[in-house]
Structure formats: structure tokens, C-alpha cells
Write a protein that binds this ligand. Sequence first.
Ligand code: S3P
Ligand code: PEP
Length: 435
Amino acid sequence: MKKLQIKPETGLHGTLSIPGDKSISHRGIMFGAISQGTTVLHHFLTAEDCLSTLQAFRSLGVPIERNGETVTIQGVGLNGLEKPTEALNMGNSGTTTRLIMGLLAGQQFTTQLTGDASLSKRPMRRVSDPLASMGAKVQVTDGHLPATIIGQHLHATDYHLKVASAQVKSALILAAIQADKSSILVEKLPTRNHTEIMLNAFGADIETAIDDVTITIHPRPELHGIEMTVPGDMSSAAFFLAAASLVPDSQVKLLNVGMNETRTGLLSILKRMGGNVKLSNQHIDCEPTADLTVTSAELKAVEVGADEIPDVIDELPLVALLAAKANGISKITGAGELRVKETDRIAAIVTEFSKLGIAITELPDGFIIDGTKPWQVKDPHLSSHGDHRIGMVMAIAALLISQPLTLDGADSINISYPEFFDDLNRMVPQAKEVD
Ligand SMILES: O=C(O)C1=C[C@@H](OP(=O)(O)O)[C@@H](O)[C@H](O)C1
Ligand SMILES: C=C(OP(=O)(O)O)C(=O)O
């Protein structure tokens, strides 16, 4: 149980270098592994999820060295992976699991995948079913991990995705590059496109049509290693974008944050709410980045619907927090995918916000939040529900409360942002450090 930093007296101040993007760090390892030659990733995210990916690819016979945040991968090519001697442990990481299923479905050996208790509850047929249409044999256990992937020669597909999911799309792309002919995927809504951008930087031939949802994948590319700097993770920057917006008298600068437009939904929503975020130092190194300066603001209520959800999927618990202090009634809908993340994030937010007396109503696919009602702590013992993002959201909520609060399961934060509490303490230097 961890004591939380409570209401600071003079706002949050300072400059932060945001840790590397989780989605891009995973992909950097995977695509480096299946390329020819050396890949060097700078500012790699050294959090538990990405270390699960790193370890899995070492077990697949890929030489990978890590020196702090610099990772060097000696690529073995698309045909050079080796059968691992034991089951690959995916830890807590949905991204590792789903992408690796697509890749290993086309390899000529059998692999087993296992995961922790949370990951073992998450749906996997969304990947194994479409892969089956390409001739893959991915056997799941009642739709979940553990899974057995029996590598096959894959054939091309023309497939309309049933869920708006970058993980499912990426799994199918990784299968499609190993298929006999070109494949076409059609997304329900555009989702994060790091796989397309990065694989093309490694030498693949993937075209996205003007509609942003039709993707053509040409098979058997000659992939070559690259050197890249992983941008700061928008999903981690988001905690400080929300904190500095909400805590009066704050101004913080966040350096080198990834600005891929499939990831910046929070910035659009914050803008509609009256938030104050300024961009500077914009540049592109494979992916676009910028420095963000955020200042506290009076917020207005907001409506967020299905079309906007993929661009803000991991930041929705923070949108709920912003709404809980905004002037008016906010509504978030079309976000049913939150129920199949590390925990049911809709239920977890409703439970934890209710402990703080926040006026929140649960919907099947979202929430209604009345930000005009004052908060009133009913239970000071908060929980992360074993989910890194829920833990960090509740730590930010505590900055708006004057009485001591505790957080159960704070260790889960190591999944995506091990330095989170150090960074938070640095933004509130006058306050007593929270250990
Ligand atoms: O592709 C990725 O790197 C991710 C895609 C999203 O999941 P879904 O594809 O399940 O929506 C997101 O929630 C996850 O944190 C990372
Ligand atoms: C959903 C997440 O990750 P994953 O699906 O990779 O476990 C997340 O980081 O919020």
C-alpha cells in the first residue's frame, strides 16, 4: 500500500522527459528482429511490458543487447527465428501477445504462449479467428491464453476487421508479410498506425488508402535494420497533461512527446474542454514529436463518441478525471473496449471515483460524469485493480484532494511507467516526497 501525494500548494512546475513510447518500443524490437542487419533503438521504454517483448525475442534466438535505454538488435531476418526451448511468457502485455501470434503463425515451428492472470482473461479469438482465415493454426484456451501456435504456410487475406484494434490489425499485417500474395485489410475505424509506418521504414511495402482504413500489404519484403529514437509516450505524457490542467497555478513542459495523429485524441478533447496546451520544437524521426507546455485551465464538459475512441483509448480514464472537475455533465460512449483491457477499466473507474464521491454513472460502453458536484471522500483506500493506468489516474486524482489517501497495487505502474512517482515528486518539489 502506497501513500499518495496530495494537493500541492502552488501547482505543478518543471520540465519532464517523457519515457519512450510503449507501442513503438515493442514494435522496434519485433521489426528489428525480423530484419537483416543491426537495429539500434534509443530512448527505448524499459518498463515491464517492453521487457517481456525483449525477452521473448531473445528466446526466439535473436541477439539483443540493452544498455540503459539503448537497445541493439542483431536481426535474423523473417526466416531466421528459432523454436524456443520453453513457452514464451507474455507477462501482462496484450500488445506482445497479439502481435507475436501473427508473426509466429507463419513460422515453421510450434510455440506456446503464457501470460499473467490479467492477460489470461483477455480475448484472443479476435486474433486467432482472422488468422485462421489465412491458414494459421493458433489454438487458444476457451478464447484465452495459454495458446499454441503451430506455424503454417500462410495465404493472403481480404478481411474486414470486426473490432477497432491496432493489435489485431498489426497481428494480421505480420501474418500478411509472410503470405503468398498481397492482402487487404479494412479497419472499422482508423487505429494507431505505428506498424504500418515503422515496417515501411524497415523496408516493407504497406499502402494505406486515402480513406485511412484500407490497408494493402505486399508480402515478403526485404527488411533491413534501422536506427531510431523512440518518441516520448503520449499515453504517459497524458498523466501530466491532465494533472497540470487540473491543479491550479500549474505549468509543466513535456519534452519530445510522440504526436502521431492516431494517438493525439486527448489533445483534441482537452482543447474542446478549454485546456491550454502549446506545441513547440516539432520534428519527425520516423514518427512526429513535439514539446508540450500545459498550463492549468477552467474546464468545460465534453462529449466523446465512438469515432474518437481509438485515438484516445488508453487515456479515457484520464478524460473521465478531467470531466469530474469540468463545468457541466460529460458523456463518454462507444468505449466498450475498455472492458477488456488489463482490468475492466469502466468498472474500475466507477468503483474508484465513487470512493472519492465523484458523480459518475456507469454505461455499458462508457460513463456519464457530473463535474458540477463537489467531491467528498467516502473511502481513502484506493486501488489500481492491478492495472497500471488505473493506478496512475488515481494518483493524479489525489492531487486534487487535501486528505491522506493510499493506493493498493501501486507496483502495477511498472508495466508502463516505472519512474512515474519520481517524475510526479519532481513536479511538486515543495511537497514531502512520497515513497
Ligand atoms: O497496438 C498497440 O500498441 C496498442 C493498441 C491498443 O490496444 P487495442 O488494439 O486492443 O485497442 C492500446 O490499448 C494498447 O495499449 C496498445
Ligand atoms: C491496454 C494496454 O496495453 P496492452 O494491451 O499491451 O496490455 C495499455 O497499455 O493500456
